[in-house]
Design a protein around this ligand. Structure first.
Ligand SMILES: [Ca+2]
Length: 503
């Protein structure tokens, strides 16, 4: 048995099942304003997406040295996915998969975009926010966006009404321990409001915005995307959580994220939105192991961020929607972030884009329906444009590829070294061997053949049909100037200083 729901959960699902959904799906498309009291009201959707949080970095996933009571309560009142993956184990690519329902290589968003990037999400792609605009959802993102920092790519051009946060990773700033970066912009809408902000306030600021957004939109359907900059290094925490955990700064940071989730859940409850809101908590990839005590833990999983081993791609995932998602359910079926856009469209009754996407609706899994199964024959794990592994049910086949493996973890915010390793063609039974330790390819030539053929066919189709990202034509000279000036033309402290000196 690969999917479990408790008997109690099953009965709840049966009792509370289809009635409200039918109403939701048949309510007239478009304008939902002024229908707050109607039982047909469209559900609110909240996605909390953390950065580099490992598979074992929640209480309900076995965290040690810190507690996450609010997210654990979410799990107790909802469903915990033990076999949930991201589309690629790195920031931009992972976010591209989440927001568009596509493998990131299909839409040309790979790796982690830096301040020098001149590409980003194409106009023709459809984000979850744009999809929900079909039914007039209010949409906001608070936190790290990372699908392009230049104006055509910003959230406000891709379905979000409101944006506050960092356009890319919080370590892309002048204090990076090993690389040079320009000043880090903090953005509001399409404007830079500050450079190199006080990162100890980021989690608080995102949370305050999230709460205000819920309050403001309590009478209409909304999509809230809280994309925490933490626990990506450099780690920062407010004074309230400093020294609170037994796991040092990393544990403190997770405790503050848990507090943030608690604030959101409390707000939903206070505004009587609790049973009409679907809250989803996921991490964007596994732990950044080279940062040692400032990185997370993948628990029993092999390797971490930046690899297609389970430690890189399998992440903690919890969902809660009282009355719709059975309490205390556990789903052990495979699922992926690319499935969220089609699942949301399925639940809300919006149309999918005309172009190809890769995700499929996992609604039966989310709602804990008995014997629900993953709708994919296989998931395809790419690193960049290289297909490195295929997951089908309990089987995972790695094609021969090079990957980074930790030599020794760093400490206090400084990274330790990786070395390159190479894997041969290797088959793992993830149900018996979640740590990918024992290659059983020789014992299962039929499975190896089937997964190899699936991978080959998919990869050929992908290479034939993948699309280009959006690009901004910037001359080399202009590009440098643009970088210095920042995304919206505001002057960085370094530039102001330089100009002052010139004068
Ligand atoms: Ca990340």
């Amino acid at each position: 048995m690969t999917s479990q729901t408790t008997r109690r959960a099953f009965l709840q699902t049966a009792a509370l099942g289809a009635a409200s959904l039918a109403l939701t799906r048949t309510s007239s498309a478009g304008k939902a304003k002024g229908k707050a009291a109607s039982p047909a009201r469209l559900p609110n959707i909240v996605i909390v997406f953390t950065d580099d949080q490992g598979y074992a970095d929640l209480g309900c996933f076995g965290a040690q040295g810190f507690e996450t009571p609010n997210i654990d309560r979410m799990a107790a009142e909802g469903i915990r996915f033990t076999n949930f993956r991201v589309a690629q184990p790195v920031c931009s690519a992972s976010r591209a998969g989440l927001l568009t329902g596509c493998y990131p290589n299909r839409i040309g968003i790979l790796g982690a975009l830096g301040p020098g990037a001149t590409h980003g999400i194409a106009d023709s792609e459809m984000t979850i926010a744009e999809n929900l605009k079909q039914r007039d959802y209010a949409a906001a993102i608070y936190g790290k966006y990372h699908l392009g920092h230049l104006p055509p790519f910003l959230p406000t051009r891709h379905g979000f009404d409101d944006y506050f946060g960092l356009p890319y990773s919080n370590d892309m700033w002048p204090k990076h321990p090993t690389s040079k970066f320009p000043d880090l912009p903090l953005m509001e809408g399409e404007k830079i409001i500050e450079y190199n902000p006080d990162q100890s306030q980021l989690t608080t600021w995102y949370t305050e915005r999230a709460v205000k957004f819920i309050e403001k939109n309590a009478n209409r359907p909304f999509f809230l995307y809280v994309a925490h900059s933490m626990p990506h290094v450099p780690l920062f925490v407010s004074d309230r959580f400093k020294g609170k955990s037994k796991r040092g700064l990393y544990g403190d940071v997770i405790m503050e994220i848990d507090w943030s989730v608690g604030q959101i859940l409390d707000t939903l409850k206070r505004l009587n939105l609790d049973d009409n809101t679907w809250v989803i908590f996921i991490s964007d990839n596994g732990p950044w192991l080279s940062y040692g005590d400032h990185g997370g833990s993948a628990g029993p999983l092999r390797e971490g961020k930046g690899t297609t081993w389970e430690g890189g791609v399998r992440v903690p995932c919890v969902m809660r929607w009282p009355g719709r998602i059975p309490a205390g359910a556990v789903c052990n079926e495979p699922a992926m972030t690319i499935d969220l856009l089609p699942t949301i469209a399925d639940v809300v009754g919006t149309k999918l884009p005309d172009h190809k996407i890769d995700g499929l609706s996992i609604r039966p899994l989310v709602f804990g329906e008995p014997n629900a199964q993953c709708p994919h024959e296989a998931y395809y794990l790419y690193w960049g444009n290289e297909l490195q592994a295929v997951v089908s049910g309990k089987w995972k086949l790695h094609f021969p590829h090079t990957y980074r493996s930790l030599v020794a973890g760093g400490a206090d915010g400084k990274p330790g070294p990786y070395k390159d390793e190479k894997t041969e063609l290797a088959l793992y039974d993830l149900e018996a061997d979640i740590g990918e330790k024992t290659n059983v390819a020789a014992q299962h030539p039929d499975i190896v053949r089937r997964l190899s053929e699936l991978g080959k066919k998919f990869d050929e189709e992908m290479n034939r049909t993948k699309r280009e990202p959006g690009r901004v034509a910037v001359e080399k000279k202009a590009e440098t100037k643009e970088q210095k000036a920042g995304p919206a033309g505001a002057k960085s402290p370094a530039r102001k200083k330089k100009e002052a000196t010139q004068k």
